[in-house]
Write a protein that binds this ligand. Structure first.
Ligand code: NAI
Ligand SMILES: CC/C=C\CC(O)[C@H](O)/C=C/C=C/C=C\C=C\C(=O)C/C=C\CCC(=O)O
Length: 261
């Protein structure tokens, strides 16, 4: 998929991984709607992106992805403004084991809603031209870590939901490729929640083990995650792919054993 003139929507787009992917898309000539709940980081991000890529190449929406009416409106307004939608990246996510129901709501429930909204605007079932969806999970979906059990559960959920939806898209001929990306630790503000008792909750006592895990597995630069995203976006053969990005193996794919009856 060549990216000039393509239209993308990125949730949690103003900071960290979402920002890195938004910048990569803009560099390649796409237009990007950034959706973020944090007005301060969004303001700073907007200034930088408009300076670097020009006013008009990006749209900014202050929106909490858990607000269903607002999320619907953001997709609608993006399509109205740019004409259509080609790429949706459900990236917004949090680590909050204290308010764990919020973690499920942001990381899993809202990602499911974002996927369905993207399909509404891209699927051939609805008379649209197809596209690509990337859902952000984590290497936490392959680990059984005691440090963030609910976060881990949401990322398992994202993995399972996305693989099932990819099959649904293939069977239903939606014309939409749906893939999942699982990074290991990435150098973003999210990692700072390790020092916030308010976010770690009862698992705060494991923070040194968690820090040790980061030391063992390494911390990646967000630009590498953006590289992985761009690979998925451009490779039209990928549907249902599970991309892992780790310090030891770099960008690679999970290959499942074929299931025997
Ligand atoms: N940083 C890491 O080590 C890893 C992160 N991930 C996942 O990558 C995704 C992005 O994470 P980071 O960039 O690291 O986090 P981050 O905290 O640096 O950035 C997340 C962005 O999402 C926004 N956001 C948070 N909740 C939101 C909501 N309810 N509605 C709209 N926007 C919201 C924040 O304002 C922020 O701009 C998350 O899904 C995270 O779980 C996956 C693996 C590793
Ligand atoms: C305070 C911490 C908050 C959040 C952390 C995260 O955002 C995050 O999503 C967690 C990531 C956890 C990563 C853990 C493990 C990394 C493992 C490896 O790198 C394993 C190496 C190779 C495996 C190769 C393979 O199986 O393909």
């Amino acid at each position: 998929m060549a990216l000039t003139g393509r239209i993308a929507l990125v949730t949690g787009g103003a900071q960290g991984i979402g920002r890195a992917i938004s910048e990569a898309l803009l560099r390649e000539g796409a237009k990007v709607a950034l959706v973020d709940s944090n007005p301060e980081v969004a303001r700073e991000c907007r200034g930088r992106l408009e300076e670097a890529f020009g006013v008009g190449s990006s749209l900014f929406f202050e929106c909490d992805v858990t607000d269903w009416a607002k999320l619907q409106e953001v997709f609608r307004k993006t399509v109205k403004h740019f004409g259509h939608l080609d790429i949706a990246i459900n990236n917004a996510g949090i680590n909050n084991e204290k308010d764990w129901q919020k973690t499920i709501n942001v990381n899993l429930t809202s990602l499911i809603k974002g996927t369905y909204l993207a399909l509404e605007h891209m699927s051939r079932e609805n008379g649209k031209d197809g596209g690509v969806i990337i859902n952000v999970s984590s290497m936490a979906a392959f680990m059984h870590s005691p440090h963030m059990p609910v976060y881990t559960a949401t990322k398992y959920g994202v993995l399972g939901f996305t693989k099932a939806m990819a099959e649904a898209s293939a069977v239903g001929n939606f014309g939409v490729r749906i893939n999942v990306l699982c990074p290991a630790y990435v150098d973003t503000p999210l990692l700072q929640t390790i020092d916030e008792e308010d976010k770690m909750g009862r698992y705060f006592k494991y923070k040194e083990e968690l820090r040790q895990s980061m030391h063992t597995y390494g911390i990646l630069d967000p630009s590498l995650i953006a590289d992985g995203m761009m690979m998925i976006i451009k490779d039209g053969s990928l549907n249902g792919a599970v991309m892992k990005i780790t310090a030891s193996k770099g960008i690679h794919f999970q290959n499942d054993e074929p299931m025997s009856a």
